[in-house]
Design a protein around this ligand. Structure first.
Ligand code: ADP
Length: 167
């Protein structure tokens, strides 16, 4: 397919930490976009206590996508649409795991549309085995000494293990 203008997509989230589910969505998105900004949100609307600092999350994303030059790890504060406009990214990627994700995602996509009418949200579905996976579950299992190896990439696993062994 020949496109006149390369498509830059933005995949926003907390990524605390990046899971194999996130990674699956990010790699799938490169089938429809030329470049992907994996964007760690500094200020979530709802305050969540983080396990990793934003800088640590960015380092892990960079490490996991070392093989993929089309992916860039970035962070942003404030409105997603403002950041997307600055970076000339007109496509937002979000992952849909289950029906439970849908209502919130629909509201957010429609709000973003209202805030900037040049943005389109694209929902991608992960491989079935990742449907149950979330960063919060990974944090919880790891905090209870469970093995999260199947759910995160090796650099993330090493970082999670370091976090909990230093506590
Ligand atoms: P948030 O803090 O908004 O929940 P996350 O960092 O958890 O953000 O997730 C960012 C995006 O990735 C969301 O669209 C979320 O639905 C999606 N996502 C998270 N985990 C998975 C997964 N296992 N499979 C597919 N999509 C996922």
């Amino acid at each position: 397919m020949n496109r006149a203008t390369p498509i830059t997509a933005i995949y926003p989230g907390s990524f605390d930490p990046l899971t194999r589910g996130h990674e699956d969505i990010a790699r799938r998105s490169l089938r429809i976009a030329d470049r992907l900004l994996v964007a760690v949100a500094y200020t979530a609307t709802h305050v969540k206590k983080g396990l990793f600092s934003v800088e640590e999350r960015l380092e892990l994303i960079t490490e996991v996508f070392r093989d993929e030059p089309r992916v860039e790890a970035v962070s942003f504060q404030g409105l997603l649409v403002d950041f997307a406009r600055q970076r000339d990214a007109h496509v937002v990627i979000r992952g849909l795991r289950a029906v439970s994700d849908f209502e919130y995602e629909l509201q957010m996509a429609q709000m973003n549309q209202k805030l900037w009418d040049e943005i389109e949200t694209v929902f991608l579905v992960p491989e079935g085995e990742y449907s149950f996976l979330s960063s919060s579950l990974v944090r919880e299992v790891a905090s209870l000494n469970g093995d999260v190896g199947p759910f995160v990439s090796p650099p993330v696993l090493a970082a999670v293990n370091r976090k909990f062994s230093s506590r």
